[in-house]
Design a binder for this molecule. Structure first.
Ligand SMILES: NC(=O)c1ccc[n+]([C@@H]2O[C@H](COP(=O)([O-])OP(=O)(O)OC[C@H]3O[C@@H](n4cnc5c(N)ncnc54)[C@H](OP(=O)(O)O)[C@@H]3O)[C@@H](O)[C@H]2O)c1
Length: 239
């Protein structure tokens, strides 16, 4: 039986490429998307490439869809062994942090942290039963003069802590489950207005990079892995 992965925001960008690469490696993909038309179109595209794919509705701003997605997994895909928390929004990447309203910040936090937190928490019993893994797609959160998007970094910092903190607890409690994060680096997608440049990857390249870490056979529990393979060490103030 093929292994199953659930990827949020798999209808486009990096998420769709993670789906494609996992599919090419023989995994069945549950294509998470908040919009039915876009989700079904992505699943159809993958099916056309002989990848087992099925659309699963999920809007990280809507707890009801998170609960419903988990219920679908429990009833029809109880053998799910991987969750990829990929979906995210950047919020306004230009304006200074102190100009954000609380509601603007909350919206990004709901999408990039509370939603993935709730989904992960609810899927843990299934993933634990299947010796599963959780993989977060993330960004560097250190202060960089050329990259200072306040809401985006704040919310991904919380997600990075989730990986490290959950991993620590999984180890302490002997839970057969792994969680880690990967930073693909700058990538041409809708999220950044499809920027291009010498060091900017295509979504396909980022999908290949991320799936490379997922399928390298190593234990990455608790790691926040940079695009070059370096692991962030927040205790030493690096990255
Ligand atoms: N692009 C980069 O340079 C870069 C660099 C490092 C990390 N990343 C990370 O890579 C991941 C994918 O981003 P991307 O660049 O591929 O961006 P993207 O093309 O804009 O894709 C984002 C995905 O997230 C979905 N999404 C947004 N809000 C959602 C919600 N409330 N509920 C469910 N799905 C939602 C979008 O769905 P809709 O189509 O419905 O909007 C879309 O499928 C993100 O975690 C991002 O932080 C990106």
């Amino acid at each position: 039986m093929a292994k199953k992965v659930f990827i949020t925001g798999a209808n486009k960008g990096i998420g769709k490429q993670i789906a494609r690469q996992m599919g090419k490696n023989g995994w069945t993909v549950l294509v998470g998307a908040r919009n039915e038309e876009r989700g079904l179109a992505a699943a159809r595209e993958l099916l056309g490439e002989n990848i087992e794919a099925e659309y699963l509705n999920i809007d990280l701003l809507d707890s009801k869809t998170i609960a419903a997605a988990v219920q679908t997994v429990e009833s029809r895909h109880a053998d799910l062994s991987m969750l990829v928390n990929n979906a995210a929004i950047p919020g306004d990447m230009r304006k200074p942090g102190y100009e954000f309203t609380v509601d603007e910040l909350r919206n990004v936090m709901e999408t990039n942290f509370f939603g993935p937190f709730e989904l992960t928490r609810r899927l843990l019993p299934t993933l634990e039963k299947n010796n599963g893994r959780v993989v977060n797609v993330t960004i560097p959160i250190g202060v960089l003069s050329f990259f200072n998007p306040f809401a985006y970094k704040t919310t991904k910092a919380a997600l990075n802590v989730m990986a490290q903190s959950f991993a620590q607890s999984f180890t302490e409690k002997n839970k057969p489950i792994e969680i880690f994060s990967v930073m693909p680096g700058a990538t041409t997608t809708d999220l950044n207005g499809n920027i291009t440049g010498e060091h900017v990857k295509t979504a396909e390249e980022s999908g290949i990079l991320i799936v490379g870490f997922i399928l390298d056979g190593k234990n990455h529990n608790g790691e926040v892995i940079n695009t070059n393979g370096a692991v962030a060490d927040y205790n030493r103030g690096l990255l």
